[in-house]
Design a protein around this ligand. Sequence first.
Ligand code: HEC
Ligand code: HEC
Length: 635
Amino acid sequence: MTRSGIGAWAFLLVSACVCLGTHNTSVRAQASVKVMPLFDSDTKREPETIEDTPNALITRVADRVRDRHAREGMFHSYDHYLPLYWEKRTVAIEIVDRVAKGGDSVTYNITALAPLNKPNLRAFFEGKGTVAQYATNLTSTQVDPLHYTATLKHNPMERRPIKIGDRIEIEFSPFLQPPVQGRTNYYGTAILYVVGQPGIVPWEGRGPRKDSFPLPEIAWSGGRTTLHEQYSNEPKERFKQIATNLAPINAQPFMLGRRLHHTDFGSGAHSERGNPIYTEQVGKLGPRFNERSCVGCHVNNGRALPPAVGAPLLKYLVRVGSDAKGTPHPKLGAALQGQSTKGTPEAGVTISSWTTIDGAYGDGTPFTLRKPNYQFTGVVPEFYSIRIAPPLVGMGLLEALHEADIAAAPGKGRTRTVSDPETGQVRMGRFGWKAGQVRLSHQIASALNNDMGITTTIYPNPDRGSEQPDLGPSAKLAPADLDNLYRYVATLGVPPRRNITEEQVAKGESLFASVKCSQCHLPIMKTSPHHPLAELRNQTIRAYTDMRLHDMGAGLADNMAEGNAAGAEWRTTPLWSISLTPGVSGGEAYLHDGRARNLSEAILWHGGEAQASKEAFRTMSAADRAALIRFLQSL
Ligand code: HEC
Ligand code: HEC
């Protein structure tokens, strides 16, 4: 992993505070804290994927194998992953656009990981007869066993030479040469390139054949990582896709990281059928843990849902302390692990009941909110903060936001400051419900440690209280594996916005601004030019977060602080892709503990700094409330 250069950096002054949090109140002493940016002009950057040369505009992108085609809604076989997807099943595609520079051809150069069997390149989507039909269909020329090429000059749709502005959708089929373990014959991503314009564009299908057209940029939630519109009816797969602009060098790290993400660190089993045991990882789980794999908590890479009353909270982070400041608990450590591979688990926690709170909108329409009551068994900590697993798309883009832009954004709130676990420097916190982690790799390392009992060079010691029996050593995850996990999570593509042309959505969007939701849920930001990963640099993103902490009032407060974040302070949750929650997670549960059963309830819990916005929502007409919710459903 590339670290930012120490030496030529500039400190950033942000308004931070020293919080003496007690229960729901906090005393703040405003002070200027020096924050070390994560990335700057000295950071080593991976190569650009777009190159502008005198004779051609060159775009490089990674692709993976697919079972079937993008528009085949009846098969549900496009977005899911095939068995052994990490073996030989990615390719690099280089698009050499000479038309952009006055030439007459566009060449596709493909680099494979294993020899291919007459790989097929289909170009110019036509959709006649079948939704998988292209006007140009040719076998690419083999340059050597790992390199293939195909050149296009003719636009068969217009019956003329290719010219600037032509939309060329391709699908490349990296058929493997037999004998092959697993599937040999398959297809690729429907990739849209517009001649003369650098980069791959997220597309939507228009007309009865769903011909691909670039999505308007306001739908590009994750900049150029944004996925194309989905037509294969696989709602559970939406948060598991490679970024549309995935760099060729990150194709294999993504797949290897994905394998780890889906591996049960006890048995080594993969969560999807047809994949072998990952023998290297067998037996790493524990001794204390909550869940057996990353996807075990982050359901389909989305959020988890609260379990039934009385069932253990295993898809949560249960932070515990011996005081309101969050000093680790002598018998439990900093977090409770509800399971163990030996002996009895240290403690357990369940939702014992839900307290319901009745309220009414300004027009008299009643609503009911619910709040969890927890019951601990074994050790009962007096101070705790309980949070559910959040969704994982767009994380790399959030890591790529520049500290100065976050500090300078309008609105209230403050940036979280955290000590970097690797360097000890003061940095801006970004990840987790209270922005307690600096880097994505730190967040992942902390999940390995707190949730699965696996150590890393970042967090070498398992979570354990000072008075707790030692259950023996924890296994370690190798730095290369952690890096693959990092690259995987960092380059997951963000789904595009939906229904953006609806009148109600436009109305909801203006309400979102007029009642100042947008002061915290910032509609648009640009990532810095300094991030190591090319995919994440200079991206205009619509994450709907300011990445800052806000006092959200007593209703949402825990009785324990986390570092300098008080019990009532939470990071503005990104709202991108929130509308896909039911499809991805199989239900709805919003806010840090999953208490809100729908988007309206999530808003109605807002208090503190968001009290005025909440009240504005509560007192709106039913039509305006519906429009605001419809807008959220377009994200
Ligand atoms: C026991 C359930 C559980 C497991 C297992 C788990 N997570 Fe998490 N994850 C959470 C919770 C809860 C949070 C929020 C943590 C907080 O608020 O500090 C979280 C936060 C995250 C975040 C930050 C999200 C954001 O919006 O800031 C990332 C990234 C992440 N997890 C990745 C992983 C990866 C990768 C793994 C596997 C190595 C993993 N998690 C395993 C429950 C889990
Ligand atoms: C003062 C800043 C602020 C304002 C203003 C604000 N929010 Fe939030 N919002 C937050 C924070 C912080 C959270 C996380 C709270 C938690 O989980 O306890 C959040 C959470 C949410 C969630 C749940 C997200 C999830 O994934 O669980 C939704 C939906 C939401 N806000 C919508 C809105 C809407 C709509 C408005 C305007 C009516 C609004 N917010 C105004 C800060 C704000």
